[in-house]
Design a protein around this ligand. Sequence first.
Ligand SMILES: Cc1ncc(COP(=O)(O)O)c(C=O)c1O
Length: 454
Amino acid sequence: MSDQVKYVLDEAQIPKAWYNLNADFPKPMPAVLHPGTHQPIGPSDLEPLFPMDLILQEVSTERYIEIPEPVRDVFRMWRPAPLIRARRLEKLLDTPAKIYFKYEGVSPAGSHKPNTAVPQAWYNKEAGIKRLSTETGAGQWGSSLAFAGSLFGIDVTVFQVRVSYDQKPYRRALMETYGARCVASPSNETEAGRAVLAKDPNSPGSLGMAISEAVEIAAKDPAVKYALGSVLNHVMLHQTIIGEETIRQFELANDDPDVVIGCAGGGSNFAGLCFPYLGLQLRGGRSRRFIAVEPAACPTLTRGKYAYDFGDTAHLTPLMKMHTLGSTFMPPGFHAGGLRYHGMGAMVSHAYELGLIEARSYQQRGCFEAGVQFARCEGIVPAPESTHAVRCAIDEALRCKAEGKAETIVFNLSGHGHFDMQAYINFFEGKLVDLDYDEAALAQSLAGLPSIAA
Ligand SMILES: Cc1ncc(COP(=O)(O)O)c(C=O)c1O
């Protein structure tokens, strides 16, 4: 059918393995360092926080890692996710480009986050863990872990960044519906939270700070483990199910992407779509453009420094080499809460440093304009984070129009925005402003990066 819109796979075609880019990087990733000794850490250093199966995935260089059957069984609830040709958007833009999107909003929580929440909860359950602590920015990750916890009988405590807790009461209600306990961060429940509140009782919070609170809870109580929704290697690994499916779906479409796009907070949905394609390229396949899109108010790849830094504000995590704005950087309270993180996942940072991927940043109003344009022709209201990818896909399609090129573009529509309608209301009422970060605060935060002997 020449005018086909949806490319869907059968449940039996849910990938059986995750793809690990660490098997194909031309240069190995820099070691993760102990925060005290600055020496490379070993698996046992991470044991207070994670079950061993996940730690082994974190350090693995195996190309493919099998997806456990019980995890694939849960994935049958919504996977394979559809690949959709945005024909109406193409027509509206009058572009010769072909635009496709992989739609991850079909998951129960409404985004790509359950792709890693489910395996993380399952590996914890297998290790006998009954309680997990985590943080959430947009509320998407907290909802996803709450959902996964409810499937496997695990109690979940979620530290939700204050600004998002206030902006998104329905996300909180969703987490509670799945049985999780939700706490606004910074909170009085941890030393890290109390220290911040003492200095600024009205702190809007940040992902880095909420991570400190969740890590502290797990580090102090052997019965509790910690789960992270992005940034870490094993999260990137779990998300590659997105790209693995997409490769098969493009075979059905008899097409092949030239440009692959994802928004990037910690980097996991971008990595999930891109890494399987990047792997093909590194093993001798054709080259493509990979574009990570970040908010101009939190421009980790485009303005950050590639340096060792902590993953959290209170400096409880190991040191990772990544693109960072400094762990004390406090991004302004813009609406794409899931992109308000000071660092970028080490794998995405490494790929950027090796020149394998591109990055660009956008202000939020242009992103919402793109989100509305997309909703009006394709029907789906994108999450504020995902509007960054939509903006970039539209800009690339317009470039193709200007250059008269019929390129194939695919982007990850990482989630729907049904819980983010207040942001759209603000946009329609003209209340959404483009926010710039404070240059002096960024300089100060970067000056405070830990100094590590080369
Ligand atoms: C819908 C959506 N997209 C993207 C992100 C950014 O995370 P990542 O860069 O890990 O995909 C989030 C984070 O909460 C999200 O909720």
